[in-house]
Design a binder for this molecule. Sequence first.
Ligand SMILES: C[S@@+](CC[C@H](N)C(=O)[O-])C[C@H]1O[C@@H](n2cnc3c(N)ncnc32)[C@H](O)[C@@H]1O
Length: 623
Amino acid sequence: MVLNPVISKLTGKLVVLASASPRRLDILTNAGLKFEVVPSWFKETLDKTLFKSPHEYAVETAKQKALEVAKRMPHKHLKTPDIVIGADTVVTVDGLILEKPVDKQDAYRMLSRLNGKEHSVFTGVVIVLCQELEGQEIEHRTVDFYEETKVKFADLSEEMLWEYIHSGEPMDKAGGYGIQALGGMLVEYVHGDFLNVVGFPLNHFCKQLGELFNGPTSESPARGVEASETGEEQRSPSKKLSKCDGKIGMVGFSNDESDRAVPAWTSGGIVRKLNSTEPQRCDLDFPRRIVDLMDGFKASKALFTASKLKVFDLLTSGEGLSAKEVAGEITAAVESTERLLDALVSLGLLAKIKRRDATGYRNTDQANRYLVSTSEVSLHGYVLHCDERLWPLFTHMEHAVQEGTNQNERAFGKTSDRLSQDHLNSVKEEKLRFMNAMHGIAKLTGRDVVSAFDLSRFKTACDLGGCTGAMAYELTKAYPGLSVAVFDLQAIVEMSSHFCPGHLQDSSRVTFLPGDFFKDELPKADLYILSRILHDWPDEKVHFLLSKLSAICTPGCGVLVAEMFLDEERSGPSRALLQALSMTAGRQRSATEYHRLMKEHGFTQSRAAFTHSFLDAVLCIKE
Ligand SMILES: C[S@@+](CC[C@H](N)C(=O)[O-])C[C@H]1O[C@@H](n2cnc3c(N)ncnc32)[C@H](O)[C@@H]1O
């Protein structure tokens, strides 16, 4: 085929597509490729938190899918493929990876997140080259790459979203939509490869095959890598070739600087056979996870320092600033500022740009969205809270574990009670800092929590310890018939006006009531919210609060508990298990533990929802 000389090079080879997606099958068939389809049995359950970026996750999933098929076929199908192609498509928005929705409510959550906004679609592709060696061993070499396409959804009404969901189309599609069919009507524009959004980046795939079979060309793809943004000469971090033989297992090369060395068996993307005298690097699996954990604190501190110095506030413009300019703004030494900026680039928080005079630095999209202090969904306050409140506690973890107590006295020289008392009497700036920290997380996760269940039958709600009202505003946005009272301590309520969303036309459905939920009478409502409250208190206080709630709830009243849930085996998520190490007097619980706890207080009906965001939720109804 003249159009595609590379694809014709595969004639006569057993090419296998390790995917059941009819859309990938169509794209490759239309391109003239002859292949068999052997869907992978690999379950898409990799822990997303272990990946620095969505494309790494998509590439790794694609790799696992393809290798599973490559390794299974010789035994189960009694034939060895020459090439196995694996692919995985994910949609990312607001720093979250969206896969396929599990039900209609999940589809609604995904689509309303995408509504009116630009998002990215990443497809990771892995080509496994299989070669039979002597003694029936099979060598697997992998080439991987990814493609990113930006897609913007139009502003869609709730009615349109639900009509689309009821069409059934969202259910087997990453992000809950299919651009090639009805979903195309939701899309305002596409920047990049359209077929990548459908599920397979054909153009990049052909270029990659071209490199494999013909050697690198001058127009080798540079999309989907930082190099294209920066104009700097870097080897594409995700366009790499690694070898692993069936016996030993994969060599996992990460994208970070320490691993960017080109493996011994590659040369510009062309497979080079290992000479038997060359070192066999496959037999030592690089302990990436351990090394990343050892370095984790350095990365956290780099983020904290840059946030404290408001570096991200300076780098919002596409033009960027040089290290010298940044150093001038933050009154710091130039060389150390440059080191900090370079470290932030390696962590994916900044990008480098070539300017005529010097190298410039600018925020990545995520940093613009989450780390700039004035952004709508800023986590700046929470980052500072991590640095000022959690970091000192965690430096005393050894004592915390040995003594079984929290370390407020060692870290801050005060008992927990004294600390919270002082905190409430603290200066305005300090209180605002705490509220900002809470606000960031509540804003980030609020929409997921309030839409985890249909709460439209409730008319009045009370958010106990509702702080800035972030969750209350999300509730009133999602449920036009609902009024919400935010009940929090006097010192907090008096600062709440700082957080009233400016654009809100009708904020009268959110009111603030000062009070202490342990000492004072609780306001009457149909629905109570306990978001990030229960995990903070010892069992006796939790039972005291819940019995107070139970006493004022009539049958049919609900309590929505939002917390980071442990999984039932208490083996994750790490974020929840690590949070437990700060040793507050409270504890983290699983969904079942919350069901049981609420049942003890008469909330016999309860359902859990996992949002894949910061907080999960259980809705409990009094009978
Ligand atoms: C961890 S924050 C959670 C804030 C909010 N619910 C959220 O999810 O973002 C705990 C909140 O409970 C409030 N709080 C603590 N003790 C309280 C009490 N005895 N009565 C009322 N509110 C209290 C704090 O002021 C703070 O706003």
